[in-house]
Every structure is written in C-alpha cells, then in structure tokens.
Design a protein around this ligand. Structure first.
Ligand code: 6MZ
Length: 347
C-alpha cells in the first residue's frame, strides 16, 4: 500500500449509505456460493468489476441474484457479521447499515426474523470488541408498493422501541424508475412522527422533479444520491433551496453512480456542486460488494478527482459525524475519538 492508501485507510470514517446485500464481499459471496452450488451463480453475476459499467436496470438484476444466495437466517447472520467486520477493518468507526426485510417461504424466513438476525449480528460484533458502532435503517423497496411500506414502518417502530437504540430510521430505496414517491408519503409521515429518521433516495435518475419536490416537503433527514436535484443536472433552484434551507445532508456514492451510469465521469459528479456550496455531504459506498469498492477508496477518489488535501478530507470525515442518526451522546463520543486519532493519522 502506498502512503496515500495508508492515510485513507487510517482516516477514521463514518459510513451512512450501505445496503446490506449490496455490501457482500467477494470472500463472503464465495462462502454463499459454496453453500448453494445448485444455483450455479458465479461472481460475474454478483459484482461489477473495475472499468465495467452497467445500466441501473442491470444493477437491480444483480440484487435479485444476491437475494437468492441470501435467504436464510444463517446467511443473513454471516453476511451481516462479515460486512460489519470489513467496514471496521477499513477504518469505519460508525456505520449505518440499511436493509429491506424479506420473507422466504421456502426457508421459513420472516421479516421479523430478518431484522432480528441483523440486530443479533450487530450485538455479536459488539461483544467481540470490534471498534465500530453499528445502527440499522429498515428499508422500503419502492417496488413493493404502499401497503408493504406501511407494514415496514410498523415493524421498524416496534424494533426502534425494542432494539436498545439500534434501529434508528427508515430508508426509501429500490429501482427509482418504479412507482411514484407520493404513494409512500403516508408511511413516511407516520415513521417521522413516530421518531424514526428518514433517509430517502431522491432524484437518483432524471425527471423525478415532482416526486423530489413532494418528498422534500416532509422533509427527510438525509438524501441518498440527489444526483439530478440541482439545475445543472436538469433539477431546479427551488429543489436546491429546499435542501439548503433545511440543511439536509446528501449521501454521495461516486463509484456506484459511475458504474450505474447515472453520472458520466467522476469529474462531473455532483459532489463538486454541493461541496462548493458548503453544504453537508457524506461520502459513502452504497453497495461495496456489487461495485467492488470500499470507503477508503471512495475518499481517495474524491480527493484525487477534486484536488482536495488530506486536511480537507479529514474535515469531510469529521463533519459526517453531525449527519448520523444516533443520539447526541454518540456524536460526542465520535468527535472525541476523531480528536484522539488525529496525531496518529497525521504522524
Ligand atoms: C436504489 C438500491 C441501490 O436491502 O436487500 N439498493 N436502491 N438505488 C441503488 N443504487 C445503486 N442499491 C441498492 O440490499 C439490496 C437492495 O438495496 C436497494 C435495492 O432495493 C436492493 O434490492 P438489501 O439489503
């Protein structure tokens, strides 16, 4: 590893946009494939390698394949623990995972077991002494419609109360070209009123102006991607004004946007627009397994693409602490951790 790589690996980081089943590494995939050889699934079907690109549609096909491999409690426990360990090894000190609860008749998996198992994995990693604080967002897949969305929120509410603060919010994700955000407003309003935080995928693809306008009125606590919000990308000033006025942080995932072809090249990524505005942005991985990346690489990529110094990148990682969904005391602990680690990282 060269000095730059070492710096970004040692830099303490916050990861706020990581879909569990998109974050499964090559090594864990290998274990899953060995468990289910009859599925005949190969690595080329579950990951998009260096230099490769797919349409966003094709990316969503990849998730369907991964879901076939991860369909028992045992799988979910292994996948969750491996993903948490890998983030910890990459220098992530605080992680918010998100995942869509699934039921599988064939294996008897229920949505409640699904969430329970991820919580068990988080607790086991904690008791093993891993230096990472992990929380969970329960995800609504827009493909499944408004009734399932409401059920998901109710389930998340129960877990928010019973999980000792581990379940902190709701994510709205899934294929952005399917359905309309307006159908999810009642579920999202209920979640918000019940104390769950909201992170919504917004304007991930073009022509979602009306939907973004509606969803921004909630307002959400964070935005995933927001690629087409600003006027230079076909969005509008009024959308930007709403985001800025409410101080809503953006979760930005560079490699994901390039490989999914919603952004043509790194130098044109909307990170630049929001960073220049001085608006809070958080660098994230989205799906580190599918897109073959990790958070250190994403930080290094932002630095090299936009010419930011190590000091500026430190500031970005530190400011991400203010965007987390866990309570104030956790923010204070993390700020102290960053202070303590500073001399070691800049030795
Ligand atoms: C929107 C995405 C996504 O929930 O099974 N997901 N939704 N945009 C993206 N950009 C590439 N990447 C992942 O993880 C996989 C699920 O996360 C959502 C999709 O709903 C996908 O099925 P879980 O853990």
């Amino acid at each position: 590893m060269d000095d730059e790589c070492v710096f970004y690996r040692e830099l303490p980081k916050v990861e706020l946009h990581a879909h569990l089943n998109g974050s499964v590494s090559f090594q864990t995939m290998e274990k899953l494939m060995n468990r289910k050889p009859h599925l005949n699934i190969e690595h080329s079907m579950t990951a998009i390698g260096k230099g490769q690109r797919r349409t966003l549609d094709e990316c969503f096909e990849v998730f369907k394949v991964i879901h076939k491999l991860v369909d028992t409690e045992e799988d979910i426990l292994m996948v969750s623990k491996d993903v948490i360990r890998e983030f910890a090894e990459d220098g992530v000190k605080y992680l918010e995972l998100r995942s869509t609860p699934r039921e599988e008749q064939r294996t008897g998996l229920t949505k409640t077991n699904y969430i329970d198992t991820i919580i068990k994995a988080i607790q086991q990693c904690k008791s093993e002494g891993l230096d990472i604080d992990v929380r969970l967002l329960v995800a609504i897949d827009r493909r499944n419609g408004m009734e399932v969305a409401m059920e998901t929120v109710k389930l998340a509410e129960e877990f928010m109360l019973s999980s000792d603060g581990l379940v902190v919010g709701i994510d709205l994700s899934g294929d952005p070209t399917v359905g309309h955000g307006k159908y999810f407003l009642p579920a999202l309003e209920r979640a918000k009123n019940g104390g769950l935080k909201l992170s919504l995928h917004l304007s991930e693809v073009q022509s979602q102006l009306e939907e973004s306008e509606l969803l921004l009125n909630l307002p959400p606590d964070r935005i995933g991607h927001g690629t087409f919000l600003h006027p230079e990308m076909g969005g509008s000033q009024s959308l930007v004004d709403k985001v800025v006025k409410n101080g809503i942080p953006l979760e930005l995932c560079l490699t994901s946007n390039i490989k999914g072809q919603t952004v043509p090249m790194f130098s044109l990524h909307h990170f630049k627009y929001w960073y220049q505005l001085g608006h809070p942005t958080v660098i994230c991985t989205d799906d580190k397994g599918v897109f073959c990346t990790d958070l250190s690489q994403e930080y290094q990529l932002v630095a090299s693409t936009f010419g930011l110094s190590q000091k500026e990148m430190w500031k970005l990682s530190q400011q991400a602490i203010d965007c987390i969904f866990a309570e104030e005391a956790v923010k204070q602990q993390l700020k102290k951790k960053w202070q303590d680690l500073h001399p070691q990282v800049f030795k």
